[in-house]
Design a protein around this ligand. Structure first.
Ligand SMILES: [Mg+2]
Ligand SMILES: [Zn+2]
Length: 175
């Protein structure tokens, strides 16, 4: 046991590593962006632990079960393994609908903060990145940095660093 701390990238799922299919409910509909795997690989090479932080209100709305969400996440982890990458260090899921007033739905920072505490992640040098302002905002609320990626995020107000692709974001990170 050491006191060594680690930097991390917290990633949004839908619209960031896979296409946003609007309540994705089947592993058959998982579709990666062309740059996703190379972006994740570069982040790992640069020494970051990788986590997913995802709002899955489809569970709270009764569209699909939490088991289905876990099944999709297992399939994504297996895809990473099949490409020689390690699985994600953690999957942070908010399964609640907005009207459930939970404390874990982005932009609330709880899921990030829990991982930071558990795995001794240092705030300095760590990021939350996604395609929506709530993702970047979630990072700032967790006292880490926030960035927006993907052109779909261009339509939103941007007080945050913007990168056209996840790979460009990964390339911008220090070694
Ligand atoms: Mg998203
Ligand atoms: Zn929640």
């Amino acid at each position: 046991m050491t006191n060594k701390t680690t930097k991390a990238i917290f990633l949004d799922r839908d619209g960031t590593i896979i296409w946003d299919k609007n309540y994705l409910a089947s592993t058959n509909d998982i579709e990666y962006y062309p740059d996703t795997l190379s972006a994740l690989k570069l982040m790992i090479q640069k020494g970051y632990k990788l986590y997913i932080i995802t709002n899955q209100s489809g569970v709270g709305r009764g569209y699909f079960s939490l088991d289905t969400v876990h099944e999709i996440h297992r399939a994504i982890d297996l895809d990473l393994l099949s490409h020689g990458l390690p699985v994600f260090s953690g999957w942070g899921i908010c399964p609640h609908a907005p009207d459930q007033n939970c404390d874990c739905r982005k932009p609330a920072p709880k899921l990030i903060l829990d991982f930071m505490q558990k795995d001794k992640i240092e705030a300095r040098g760590s990021w939350m990145v996604g395609d929506k302002v709530i993702d970047a905002e979630c990072g700032l609320k967790a006292a880490i940095q926030g960035a927006l990626v993907r052109e779909t995020s261009l339509s939103q107000n941007k007080d945050y660093p913007f990168f056209k692709t996840l790979l460009e974001f990964a390339q911008s990170l220090p070694e």
